[in-house]
Design a binder for this molecule. Structure first.
Ligand code: BES
Ligand code: MN
Ligand code: ZN
Length: 499
């Protein structure tokens, strides 16, 4: 990130604010686009917007962003019209529509110094959504280009206009949005980091550095400790790389905690496939195979920053999957922590091996719930595409995850764990093989993980497609790492402190 965007909350009229651009919402009112809210703007400015809507053919559809000269009645030189789409059945403005509209506008304004958001923000919930979408859209990845210029920089200051600006609820909503956006940005940064710089040991160092001065305690198991502890999955996957594996344990344990959630993240810092090597095309995005671990690290940090009254243990299963003379071979038999044996039929099905170790370790502490998050299978993308993640596991936890995702504005869809597929992983050589039936590959992977969970309520999140945006940016989602999962996990933890 090239500097953090500042977010201010104000009840002042936008016209007089010393700002470069004012963002207003256009709603698609059954085919008739019109300016929504923004009553605080001078009448002449509002008339100007309405004229621009007619002349420019603005539709108010979601994703549409238009810039027009602001005229003489406001300090800003630019007005930005962002499409909200249609209103809900109750004529209300949906929170996700608001996040996206704010995000699209702010992303389009990259490089601008001061941006004022005059969007419908009548209550704390809407204020929170605007703040969140705007900050998420204000992401700019740091890069190594020698000619990196300011055009790529995020908006420096965002000023959010709301009549509720002085209320405690609005301030709390903005504070939450700040923490949440910082966590998503931190996750995106890790996912975007190049794999020659981000490897298990350096990831563990980052985890240590980021937790300094917070209430999160870190323990790092190095390769010697992993060998001694019987973590055969991490050792097996990591042994082909000159950069050895790590298991990072994060503990946030506030005094008032009523529940204990364990979060487990797949952290393959690069997945070449190992000896079962991937074709070049499939390897291009495999620096993102640690997105689950990155999401876990930043979710734990965010929960601690918000001082949520819940104990959280985070597990980052870190390894680099490389082919070499010391790499594990297809048909090797390894022993996962706790004693179960696995025949490694395909070294490219490595995520489930490192997760198995981490799930067993997490389960040893008898948490109330275990959630794992992983870029686990190509089959997830075949089934649900690049924008919808899958959730499998115990009925109650799966439903909790779906509810949290809905509130957070992330798309998750429930998937089954059909018992019949378990037999496809049978092998005479070990307790289980690391691959089975090709059809339903995402479910097979989920069934594999289930073997290492025991009776703790558990959910498995497969984010293979959504973790990395290889296409064009959209609303608040940039190219590259998306930070998916963080908002759902944090919302789930918040719900757990209430339920
Ligand atoms: N990291 C990949 C899954 C993946 C693929 C994530 C594409 C994001 C985009 C995982 O380790 C993998 O290679 N899975 C194999 C499993 C197979 C060999 C059983 C797959 O899905 O092809
Ligand atoms: Mn793989
Ligand atoms: Zn992988």
């Amino acid at each position: 990130m090239l500097g953090v965007t500042e977010l201010l909350l104000t009840s002042k009229a936008p016209a007089r604010l010393p700002t470069d651009a004012i963002v207003v919402a256009v709603v698609d009112d059954s085919g008739t686009p019109r300016l929504l809210a923004a009553d605080q703007l001078p009448a002449a400015t509002r008339t100007g917007v309405q004229r621009a809507i007619e002349v420019l053919g603005v539709t108010g559809k979601a994703g549409e962003v238009h810039r027009i000269p602001a005229g003489d009645d406001v300090e800003a030189s630019l007005l930005v019209l962002t499409g909200l789409g249609a209103l809900g059945a109750d004529e209300g403005v949906g929170l996700e529509a608001l996040r996206r509209a704010a995000g699209a506008a702010v992303r389009a304004l990259a490089g601008t110094g001061h941006v004022t958001l005059a969007l419908p923000a009548d209550d704390a919930e809407h204020v929170g959504a605007i703040a969140e979408g705007a900050l998420l859209g204000a992401y700019s990845p740091g890069d190594h280009r020698r000619s990196a210029n300011d055009a790529g920089a995020a908006v420096a200051v965002l000023e959010l206009v709301s009549s509720t600006a002085r209320s405690r609820a609005a301030k709390t909503a903005v504070e939450r949005a700040r923490v949440l956006a910082a966590a998503v940005h931190g996750t995106r940064d890790l996912v975007n980091a190049s794999p020659n710089e981000l490897f298990p040991e350096s990831f563990a160092v980052i985890a240590r550095t980021e937790t300094k001065g917070t209430k999160v305690k870190v323990t790092v198991l190095d390769d010697a400790a992993l060998r001694a502890g019987g973590y055969g999955g991490l050792i097996g996957v990591g042994q082909g790389s000159v950069r050895p594996p790590r298991l990072v344990k994060l503990v946030y344990s506030p005094l008032r905690a009523k529940k204990h959630y364990a979060l487990v993240g797949k952290g393959i810092t690069f997945d070449s496939g190992g000896l079962s090597i991937k074709p070049a095309k499939s390897m291009e995005t495999m620096k993102s195979d640690m997105a689950g671990a990155a999401a876990v690290l930043h979710t734990v940090l965010a929960a601690a920053a918000l001082e949520l009254p819940i104990k959280i243990t985070g597990w980052l299963a870190l390894a680099e999957n490389m082919p070499s003379g010391s790499a594990q071979r297809p048909s090797d038999v390894i022993t996962i922590r706790g004693g179960k044996t696995v025949e490694v039929l395909n070294t490219d099905a490595e995520g489930r091996l490192v997760l198995a170790d981490a799930l067993v370790a997490a389960g040893e502490e008898k948490p109330d719930v275990i959630i794992d998050i992983a870029t686990l299978t190509g089959a997830q993308m075949v089934a649900l595409g690049n924008q919808v993640s899958a959730v499998m596991g115990s009925d109650a936890v799966r439903e909790d995850v779906l509810a949290a995702a809905g509130l957070a504005g992330e798309q998750f869809w429930p998937m089954p764990l059909p018992e019949e597929l378990r037999a496809s992983m049978n092998t005479p050589m070990a307790d289980i093989a690391n691959m089975g039936e090709r059809y339903g590959g995402m479910l097979v992977a989920g069934l594999f993980l289930q073997e290492f969970v025991g009776d703790t309520p558990w959910a498995h999140l497969d984010i293979a497609g959504p973790a990395f945006n290889g296409g064009d940016p959209r609303h608040y989602v940039p190219k590259g790492g998306t930070g998916v999962g963080v908002r759902t996990l944090l919302t789930l933890l918040e719900a757990a402190t209430r339920g």
